[in-house]
Design a protein around this ligand. Structure first.
Ligand code: NAP
Length: 317
């Protein structure tokens, strides 16, 4: 949904509380206002600077330092802070949640948050975890934009006991924000995202630091000739360090399993180069190229050269 042509006469939720108003929280605010699905939006952020910016930018009508104040009268609460903050926030807000409210999150990891938030949700409040698979390397309340979720997947991980009406409402909410919604178990989510997002970020962080620490190539050469491929890794490696620290601390098993597979495949390529096995190299590169074509066919990126970077906001996850 790129425009809210059919804004509902009555918003789906009277008050949305965003716990964390960075890239994702602010994008939810923009997209929810565009769709007209919420009445009021309030927020919570520890730093006064973020609270001030969120009110100034019109992302929230009020910004609180304490999440307990933010969830008062909220019928939808979304945790949009780093995954490592979830348990403490959930413990604090649990006793103050409105009966019938829906609580969700946007964490890039799902099994740990489902456990950590779920234990603090009282009877009569509906907790359904989620992850919009959309993002950029930018952070903070000024980084958000209404189109971030357009055409992107939002994964929800309800368990068998999830309230059907609450689940349907959350699906409608994310669709109104422009997303396509898919359901899976938290464990499967973590495995899929380990290879599609977490390991690629780790590789990007690692290659950028490897280049930075080289002795026989100067830093200025690395920057000057970065268009050779390195530059695309630096964009991913510019992502928020706290967010990514928490992702790896909370998705340890799946990331280690995928890293094991990755390392084996890398060694196979290393051997092919060492022994001059051109057929193996060419086949590997051809297979990889077809994956890129599949992503474009699924509308998850544009076919323009340079990763469609010119004239569009770069989106990743
Ligand atoms: P961000 O731009 O760095 O924003 C994080 C926000 O959380 C800031 O407003 C920060 O407040 C707030 N915060 C930190 N500790 C908090 C606490 N204890 N209580 C309440 N708020 C707190 O990060 P982001 O990119 O929006 O990521 C937020 C979440 O979205 C993460 O869980 C991440 O895994 C998930 N996610 C990110 C992406 C992505 O590409 N970035 C994509 C999908 C999902 P201050 O500014 O006051 O410090």
């Amino acid at each position: 949904m790129s425009e809210a042509k059919n804004k509902p006469a009555t918003p789906m939720f009277k008050r949305l509380a965003l716990i964390g108003i960075g890239l994702i929280g602010s994008s939810i605010s923009h997209a929810a206002r565009r769709a007209g699905v919420v009445g009021d939006i309030v927020g919570c952020s520890p730093s006064a600077a973020t609270r001030e910016a969120a009110v100034r930018l019109g992302l929230v009508s009020q910004a609180f330092a304490d999440p307990v104040d933010a969830v008062k009268d909220a019928d939808l609460v979304i945790l949009c802070s780093p995954v490592g903050t979830y348990e403490k926030i959930a413990a604090a807000i649990g006793p103050h949640l409105e009966p019938g409210a829906i609580v969700s999150d946007v964490g890039s990891v799902k099994a740990a948050p489902v456990r950590e938030i779920g234990q603090h949700i009282p009877e009569g409040v509906h907790f359904i975890a989620g992850h919009p698979v959309a993002g950029t390397e930018q952070s903070g309340p000024e980084a958000g934009f209404a189109e971030l979720f357009d055409g992107r997947w939002c994964i929800l991980t309800p368990d068998d006991t999830a309230d059907k009406t609450a689940l349907a409402k959350l699906v409608t909410f994310w669709e109104a924000l422009g997303s396509r919604v898919e359901m899976m178990s938290p464990q499967h989510h973590d495995l899929v995202l380990a290879i599609t997002s977490h390991v690629p970020h780790l590789i990007a962080y690692n290659i950028v630091n490897t280049a930075a620490h080289l002795e026989r190539v100067t830093d200025s050469e690395v920057i000057k000739f970065s268009a050779g491929g390195f530059r695309d890794f630096t964009r991913i490696a510019a992502s928020d360090p706290v967010m990514w620290r928490d992702v790896f601390l909370n998705n340890k098993e799946a990331v280690l399993e995928m890293l094991g597979r990755f390392s084996e495949d890398l060694v196979a390529l290393q051997r092919a180069i060492r022994f001059g096995d051109g057929d193996m190299l060419e086949k590997t590169f051809t297979d990889a190229r077809s994956v890129r074509r599949g992503i474009i066919q699924a509308s998850q990126d544009t076919p323009q050269p340079d990763f469609g970077r010119h004239g569009t906001k770069e989106r990743s996850s």
